[in-house]
Design a protein around this ligand. Sequence first.
Ligand code: NAP
Length: 453
Amino acid sequence: MIYFLATFAFIMGLRAMSAPATAVQGMRLAGIAMVVAVGATFFTPGLHNLGWMVAAIAVGGGLAWIWARRVAMTEMPQMVAIYNGLGGGAAAAIAAVELLGAQTGLLTSVGVLAILGAVIGAVAFSGSLVAWAKLDGRVRKVWRLKRGHNDVVLLLAILTLGIGLTLGVSGAPSAGGLLLFFVLALALGVLVTLPIGGADMPVVISLLNAFTGLAVGFEGYVLANPMLIVAGIVVGASGTLLTLLMAKAMNRPIRNVLFAPITGEAAEHEPGSVTGRLKTYAPTDAAAALRYAQQVVIVPGYGMAVAGAQHKVWEMAQLLEEAGVTVKFAIHPVAGRMPGHMNVLLAEAGVPYEKIFDLDEINGEFPQTDVVLVIGANDVVNPAARTNPSSPIYGMPILDVDRAREVIVIKRGQGRGYSGIENELFYRDHCHLVYGNAHEVVADIIAELKTMG
Ligand code: NAP
């Protein structure tokens, strides 16, 4: 009954997370459900090693609590990647224990799921560690075998599964055999993730998250634990949906993300270089353009997160509204470095949800918009995605800010976006750049607006 209630609360929590207004409440509900479910497990008859379990939960939970409270918003994706990986690793560890303890052949549904869960969990573990290292800037290079990388990955996957199933049939597998099996599965995760770079990383993290859910669900079946099965299936299903939605938002089929990644080199040699020249505005010019517009659309991106400028941005928007300007916020689904990154920041600053519009809602409005203010966004407003078939981001839906009457972009210098490609928008006649850290530039614009009355 406790598991049933916890499951119900878990699903209701997840449902609440789908809307910004109820997300925090949903998070709490799911968290409480998790604690209740873990607590209930301690009443399982015949449980031993209680001391070890409590110590592990205290150390793991304590470290996670401290880290989660300290982490900067911009480092959140790395944290998600590593926690997700640990979930996959835990599922693989359960499988290892079950396989080691198996006395007879295991080619039952339980055995097959244990082995599949072990492979998927180990891939999610090592893959997530690579994703963490990449997002944290520790691994910068995209690496793949010069020839036949995908064939090697396929062969390795078949070999790993083959060895796993053989171990399963034989019963009481040797520790050496199991070790080989896990090393190969971990290598598989590394080989699949290392070549992936650029803009594809969020999709990969979401996919690895779905893998972890699947592995946990399988191991829940092995342990006959209904809570683990449900939690695993819910994570697996929502992770899969998120992966598909993000892949759609970036116009990158999953097959291409995994097997034909965008590489740094491709971006470097991007043909069709941009024409035109960069024109700058001082904060005074930007303030005047914004103040005398009828409608302004603000497009935040990763740079706003880095600068922590969201509170200033909302203060500026309120000043403009007081002066009679209609202000809207446009959020691209992959702006920033994690799904919902901009929504979280704007919500934190107090921007009302009804002022925030997503890509489909706002794109038709740009031609009637006087000024678009792009704050630290780049790839998500790059018209090459629409116009340049040779661009690595060609086909990704973007915010059509270039169709507005005037575009003002706040950025620090000539830095490129996450995918490393040039943005022709900045060179267009109706686009002006205000150079500087987003926080300071917006503060300067606020000061100018105040002098204008
Ligand atoms: P972006 O393409 O990464 O561009 C960010 C821009 O902000 C840069 O041009 C940079 O130029 C500027 N910037 C950086 N720090 C700044 C600061 N302190 N003040 C002012 N400007 C600053 O960002 P985006 O348009 O948000 O696009 C997101 C990209 O990340 C996409 O390619 C997406 O696929 C990828 N991605 C998304 C996720 C996700 O889930 N949302 C996860 C991982 C990757 P300067 O250096 O010149 O200032």
